[in-house]
Ligand binder design. Structure first.
Ligand SMILES: [Fe+2]
Length: 142
């Protein structure tokens, strides 16, 4: 990123996203830790149980493991900030679909919090994109 403000935003949001992974992991752990086998089978997690018991293993809704290829980076600040903004919107809508699927009020509260943070991240990336455009469009004097 060409300006310090953009570097700071990326550091702040990246740090917060790692905390979100921890929140989601704690949520799943607490949902699974005392789950009975018949409940695990009833909700379709028997395949997950066969491979991981109740351990945390990062997969998507279809059971596909998380991979670093999900992280996008082109090296162009404008392109990368647009990619970041798109990722925030995808996270927001995923949390909304999860809220639609959830029936536990405590789970829904956590998902709502995480959804709100993705909205804030989208806004902060948008502000950063504007600053980067201003920097790139400014005449340079040496
Ligand atoms: Fe985010």
């Amino acid at each position: 990123m060409p300006i310090p403000q953009a570097k700071a935003v990326l550091t702040d949001i990246g740090t917060e996203e790692l905390a979100h992974m921890e929140i989601v992991a704690a949520l799943v752990y607490n949902l699974l830790k005392d789950a009975k086998l018949e409940d695990i089978k009833r909700v379709g997690l028997d395949g997950y149980y066969a491979d991981h018991d109740r351990a945390l293993y990062f997969v998507n809704a279809d059971g596909v493991p998380w991979t670093a290829s999900y992280i996008q980076s082109k090296g162009d600040p404008v392109t990368d900030l647009h990619e970041d903004m798109a990722a925030e919107q995808k996270a927001r809508s995923t949390y909304e679909w999860l809220i639609n699927l959830a029936d536990d009020p405590d789970v829904i509260d956590v998902l709502r919090f995480l959804r709100e943070r993705e909205v804030v991240h989208f806004q902060r990336f948008g502000e950063t994109l504007r600053l980067v455009h201003e920097f790139l469009d400014a005449r340079k004097y040496y």
